[in-house]
Design a binder for this molecule. Structure first.
Ligand code: NI
Length: 158
């Protein structure tokens, strides 16, 4: 396994629609392992392949709720419901935080590392994180959805 370099928002790879994964081989497994290691090293909740310069529809998330690491390959959001508004950040947008409105629940179908179709029922932080990462696969950053930016220094004083 290896730590990959996380690119930042200026990089064009973060602004393109990523391609589907078609080969569920050792190379994919190595990439997924590297993404997990990179995610944990960076202490993030989720990481999408374009954030390490790979234009493929792959994301890993772990929101520390006991579900462990979830690998999403070619994910599709099939249903959302409810509404939540909370602060988000992104490993590719260091030092930027802001409130984003998202659905409170999301049903996502995705393949696992062996190509099997799975269905996940995400809620609250899990839904927020999954939808944030899936946005990355379409070249979208959370910044465009922020309705109010937060100054981290001010937040700490409150
Ligand atoms: Ni992000």
């Amino acid at each position: 396994m290896a730590i990959r370099r996380i690119i930042t928002k200026e990089d064009p790879t973060l602004h393109v629609v990523c391609r589907e994964v078609t080969r569920f081989d050792d190379k994919l497994h190595e990439l997924l392992d590297d993404m997990a290691e990179t995610l944990y090293k960076a202490q993030g909740l989720g990481l999408a392949a374009p954030q390490i310069g790979i234009r493929r529809r792959i994301a890993v998330i772990d929101v520390q709720d006991g579900s462990g690491l979830i690998e999403l390959i070619n994910p599709v959001v099939v249903k959302t419901s409810g509404r939540q508004r909370d602060v988000e950040g992104c490993l590719s947008c260091p030092d930027q935080w802001g409130y984003v409105v998202r659905p409170n629940k999301a049903v996502v179908r995705a393949q696992n590392r062996d190509g099997e179709m799975m269905e996940y029922h995400f809620e609250e932080l899990g839904a927020r994180c999954a939808l944030h990462e899936i946005d990355h696969l379409d070249g979208k950053l959370f910044l465009e959805k922020v309705d109010e930016f937060v100054d981290p220094a001010q937040e700490e004083e409150e």
